[in-house]
Ligand binder design. Sequence first.
Ligand code: 13P
Length: 328
Amino acid sequence: MAIKKSKTNKTKKVAKVEAKPAKTEKTTVVQNKPAKKKRATIKEEIKDYLAERNNKVFIGNWKMNMKFDDIKSYFDHFNTLLKKDKILSQMNNLIGIAPTAIGLLPVAGMVKNGVMPVAQFVHHAKQGSYTGCISYDQVHEYNINYAIVGHSETRKMFKLTENDINLVVKTLLENDMHPILCIGDTLEEYESKETEKSITRQLLNDLKGIHPELVKNVIIAYEPIWAIGRKAATVEQIQRMITFIRTTIEEMFDSKTAKETHVLYGGSVKVENAMDILKVKGLDGFIIGGDSLNPESFYEIIISSQEYARVNSIINAKKIAKANKKIE
Ligand code: 13P
């Protein structure tokens, strides 16, 4: 996916490590010796492993929480946790924090280790008479390139239509920004088994008229409204919807787009359930409310992925091999 990241987190194409062919030395006995295979370094092995996967995305949606002093102590702690973690720094995760509009600049000034500030809501107009709003262009000016679009709370509060959401998504993409598009079913829709119908409608309308090439720059978050701040959907329910969303994207665009687009889950993600939910096939990460307000919990959720465990084991295996070699 072409998501924009800080230098430290940039996804790079990874070349497979191949042993160089042996030089032909006509006059020496080395001639028939097979070329010695160069062992991959830890970094190369990790890169090879991660190159096969979509990078994981973790967005902390702070909603209407955190004052300046809270933000400061949050980052004192969070930055230390990230800095200390030598596994995480080798991964291509995208970690974002979405504070209130007034918290965006302090957050932008305090984030480190490739963490991105994310706007919670932007208006599609560049400027104008829209009291209470901030425009995409105003956040873009500060190099803030991610914005949540169409969170159910925002849709309800501002009575946003799917056409309004579509305008914001289009505007962000046209301006090299990344919408984090939230879609979700209401409790009534869920109870009347209309979840798929509702999600299809939202995808069709919210992504209407978008060039297939640009769709992969949208991060889609499935957030069942009935699960937010209550109880998470089950792993089976999440699996069904992630597969359904990818299939719908494939039908609307193509299979490459469906594969490359990041699809997240949101709704009562906690330290306790993160690891199980992250095993859902095709799920690329989370958008987290309550548990992202605590730097420790947010960090614990970020390191719950199978990819983190695998990178950790690659590092450990190499360390053990190195230690054994020394003993020999
Ligand atoms: P909770 O994690 O608090 O349920 O919030 C989810 C959410 O709305 C994220 O956008």
